[in-house]
Design a protein around this ligand. Structure first.
Ligand SMILES: [Zn+2]
Length: 395
């Protein structure tokens, strides 16, 4: 088995739910700790020095990142959404380590790093890309420390249990200074590469996206005795929110999803007292996304509470075109694609770091699901592409 295959096999059981095949690798959980230990061990086996920044992101370096010019950093994340797939995140990290295994590091003229970003999915505390947002200073440390999960555990408590000091969390200029260029390889979350018969593509931009919370209040009551006219049922507002989101998204050429709902008291024979729902909205332009959110607010009669917002982000055009040319074939550049999915690469790009992304073909396009997939040959093409990128940018 090659190094990609053996690393992939090592990761396969970590955090997997045997009943669904999906992964539960939320930030700062036992599964996450196992993944971080795995990363540190794999880096150590390769003689890479691992450091942890102020936000808990891990960085594995081939050489002293403070000695000369800033480094080339590859990497992604290891955490997952609830019941997520195996590829979203880990593909980028495993491919980066496998790419380094193919190269002679004596030829590197600058340090090469592999980053493992913490809490990319935001599945537990509600803010996506928390690790990269913290290290770049766009997520306020006090707000981050106070975020709570569904059990009421704060991010500060979760970090403490994971052995980190939440008091030091915040923008980390030392970590940022070391990144000359960042390149994140990621499984494609869509089918554009299938349509273009290409194993690897290059990202052009990340569309604007955000998350909003809907606090829908009602009055708990008996399902069998309360007349319809007397009910204050927040489930009706939830239904209006879901249908309103769909309709407004269609009208504005955007995407809107209500994928998480909390119902109190959550009993079959009880009218709920309270429903909390989360709206994810994305689109080609900010105005359209804002109009979708406003329409949902009108549908439920309450203002959605913004929990995170990421403006549209373009990756550096010269780097994008250089990599598309490098990775194309027969004089044709590799496909260049926009995506509606947020990534740590987008956060770093917005912070002014020259950044690029590579996508590896996903035959179904399905992501954030156990059905997420990339064929072994396409994974190998991704590793080869990353190795070429390192040769191009660091040798
Ligand atoms: Zn991801």
């Amino acid at each position: 088995m090659d190094s990609f295959g053996s690393m992939w096999a090592d990761l396969a059981p970590v955090g997997q739910d045997p009943s669904t095949g999906g992964y539960r690798r939320s930030a700062w959980t036992a599964a996450d700790a196992t993944l971080r230990e795995w990363f540190t061990a794999e880096a150590g086996r390769r003689g890479l020095d691992v450091t942890t920044d102020r936000a808990g992101n891990l960085w594995a370096w081939t050489a002293d990142p403070d000695a000369g010019q800033p480094g080339l950093v590859l990497g992604s994340h290891l955490d997952s959404v609830p019941d997520g797939g195996a590829f979203d995140g880990p593909l980028g990290i495993v491919s980066a380590l496998a790419a380094l295994d193919r190269l002679d590091r004596a030829a590197f003229r600058r340090p090469v790093g592999v980053a493992c970003f913490a809490d990319e999915e935001g599945a537990r505390f509600g803010v996506a890309c928390a690790g990269s947002r913290l290290v770049t200073g766009v997520l306020d440390p006090d707000r981050a420390r106070g975020l709570t999960d569904d059990d009421g555990t704060t991010m500060a408590e979760a970090m403490t249990r994971a052995g980190l000091d939440p008091a030091v969390v915040g923008r980390d200029d030392e970590a940022l200074r070391r990144i000359g260029t960042f390149v994140e390889l990621h499984v494609e979350q869509g089918r554009a590469l299938v349509d273009r018969s290409s194993a690897v593509g290059v990202a052009s931009s990340i569309r604007p996206h955000g998350r909003w919370r809907l606090d829908l209040r009602g009055r708990a009551d008996h399902a069998g005795t309360t007349r319809l006219a007397d009910r204050q049922d927040p489930m009706l507002a939830l239904a209006a929110a879901v249908l309103g989101a769909r309709e407004a998204a269609f009208r504005h050429g955007a995407l809107a999803t209500v994928g998480k709902v909390r119902v109190r008291p959550n009993g079959v024979n009880a009218i709920p007292s309270e429903v909390t729902a989360w709206l994810d909205a994305r689109g080609p332009d900010e105005a359209g996304v804002r109009q979708v959110v406003a329409a949902v607010g009108t549908a439920v009669g309450a203002d959605p509470v913004e929990e995170s917002w990421t403006p549209g982000t373009s990756f550096e055009p010269s780097l994008r075109d250089r990599l598309a040319g490098l990775l194309g074939g027969d004089g044709t550049p590799a496909p260049v694609l926009a995506t509606g999915a947020g990534h740590d690469a987008g956060i770093l790009a917005a912070a002014g770091i020259p950044t690029a992304m590579l996508f590896v073909r996903n035959p179904t396009g399905v992501s954030h699901s156990p059905a997420e997939h990339a064929e072994p040959d396409d994974c190998a093409a991704g590793v080869a592409a990353l190795a070429r990128v390192v040769e191009e940018l660091a040798c």
